[in-house]
Design a protein around this ligand. Sequence first.
Ligand code: NAP
Length: 243
Amino acid sequence: MSEARVALVTGASRGIGAAIAQKLAAEGYRVAGTATSEGGAAAITEALGEGHLGVVMDVRSEDSVAAALGAVEAALGTPVVVVNNAGITQDNLMLRMSAEQWASVIDTNTNGLYRVTKPLLRGMMKARFGRIINVSSVIARRGNAGQANYAASKGAVEGFTRALAQEVGSRGITVNAIAPGFIETEMTAALDEGVTEQLRSAIALGRFGGAEEVAALVAFLASEGAGYITGETIAINGGLYMN
Ligand code: NAP
């Protein structure tokens, strides 16, 4: 890269997003990582070091997204890489799922994608370069009892990816999704031991993935070398589910 590109990673305070932010910083991007709290944002600034930024963003709020994007623009410049990673689960069987559990997962995982991506498109079009990388999940295709809200939210992420890829391809912007299987983070640490064992035995590679393995895939999709891949959802699940 002649001049360092600016990359925005949502949900970079921990787990997969933190690993992605670290990897992109190591690869020479100027990285903005988001957290939902001031403390989380400050910790990101500290962890990434000079030339990078931690910023508060709640993807459920258009105002919060606008304020964060303004701060990134002022400090680092226009992002041409965005990793839409922020996401939550609120598991329950459908019979017991509250409207609130349904709505909060859709609002964060799906509507958040709209709120963050739309305002970034103009800058990417102007640069005639862009990489939009959306974090889905193996659950979008495989399904999982107790996760109808989450599966719906991630299925939407994959459909969005295919549609937007067709809108912006002629401008040099690629749009892809990744669908991780079970990755060792706080999200999967919440699973009970019996479930974890059962899941592990269904994974061809016999283990959960590491966040740094997901980060390596994202770094590739962000690179020049991935310039002819768009509209795809790339599985990274250790052989848990083969499309
Ligand atoms: P995690 O450890 O629970 O971290 C979630 C991140 O999202 C945190 O940085 C959190 O910020 C942020 N976040 C939560 N709500 C937000 C909101 N309203 N606005 C902005 N940011 C918000 O999760 P993870 O396991 O790393 O998962 C990251 C992504 O990968 C998610 O999209 C998840 O669905 C997907 N995924 C994970 C797995 C897995 O096995 N872990 C598998 C497949 C897909 P705070 O720290 O400030 O709360």
